[in-house]
Design a protein around this ligand. Sequence first.
Ligand code: NAD
Length: 430
Amino acid sequence: MSSEAATAVRGDLPPELDDPLFRTALGQLDGALERAGVSDSVAEVLRFPERALSVAIPVRLDDGTLAVFPGYRVQHSSVLGPTKGGVRYDTAVTLGECAALAMWMTWKCALLGLPYGGAKGGVRCDPRSLSLVERERLTRRFTSELLPIIGPQRDIPAPDMATDAQTMAWMMDTYSMQVGHAVPEIVTGKPLSVGGSVLRPEATGIGVVMVVEGAVERLGWTLDGARCVVQGFGKVGAIAAAELAARGARVTAVSDIEGGIHAEGGLDLAALDAWLRETGGIAGFEGSQRVTNAELLELDCDVLVLAATERQVTEANAGLISARLVAEGANGPTTLEADEILFARGIPVLPDILTNAGGVAVSYFEWVQDLQRLFWGPDEIRTRLGDLMRDALERVWALAEAEELTLRSAALVQSIRHVAAALQSRGVYP
Ligand code: NAD
């Protein structure tokens, strides 16, 4: 191909990646590349995923009919090591969404200094409409379709939206049956009984609050008495809320996909947990008022934790956010336009690739423990997690101050430099 033709290809978005979330990821990368000071050729390699697999998953439903679900796994970069990333079950899953999330996993792992690249996968389905048995069939068939590209030294899945330790146990069992022996290190986020790690279920939420606490200190205030709003009361949001409350903060509102609840005096999280287990939702919790998810984001508060899903703070509502600090527990909850608006309004955003990295950090600890068949206690995990999160925040904050960057740009610049250095050293095969 002539260099002219190569230039024509450069920058074009392949149609399968033409997705709003991938455009956001690409926009963030492009915005940080110049600052990162990497060559054009390295930049071009980083812009697109190394590999993407699209599968059709036939599942026999409980009523005897057959449904076919689309599934994807995207591996963005294996330059630093095996790829790592979650698997989600959601109606919005697309190849482009997985590609964006996989790219963010590359930056997240690099930022924390983990020996991994980024991946992400998912199945487009409504998880709430599937029975436990249907989920098991779906998970096992999906895993079996992924066999050619996953492995403990190739690509290691983990839980994400609407998947959990049970999902990971089915994935681990399906993989293990194929190779003829137990392979716990094929997935992370498993139950303890099959090689999971203590604190993995809580790790992302704990890490979010470690970063928030460090940021608040640097901003000159404290979490004690701070009013916090948490969007998304799932694995990340519920733990983040509990960790905030444990530091003296007042959690004034939380939400799930159905909407939110608000109590300016603070929600009793232990009672809310019991209510959730009893009723299956947060709606109707005593002493709270119902708010929509849109209203919840605009509530006056000190810390807004976004722990639901992507593209929640957009051009349309960024001007109405009334928080002093925004923390991205979810991946990609803020669009490029919203980022600019929040920056102009002086509201710092703690970026996803830093803030929610506690999950992949403890996933790394789980993988290391599985490979060694030697397990650590909760104190060791919490200490190691705290060291990684505080060190990453320190580096991001220092670079942001030194080079007058947003926290997101500072995090991206560090990650890109790290991956680019490895890419330069390894060179391009053949
Ligand atoms: P989850 O399925 O356990 O919880 C998601 C929560 O968000 C639920 O309460 C759900 O009802 C709510 N929700 C979903 N869509 C919503 C919408 N459109 N509006 C409002 N609420 C909505 O998932 P999770 O594991 O807690 O993941 C949440 C986010 O955190 C995702 O972006 C995920 O990629 C990210 N994340 C998760 C982990 C992890 O370890 N689980 C790690 C890093 C990042």
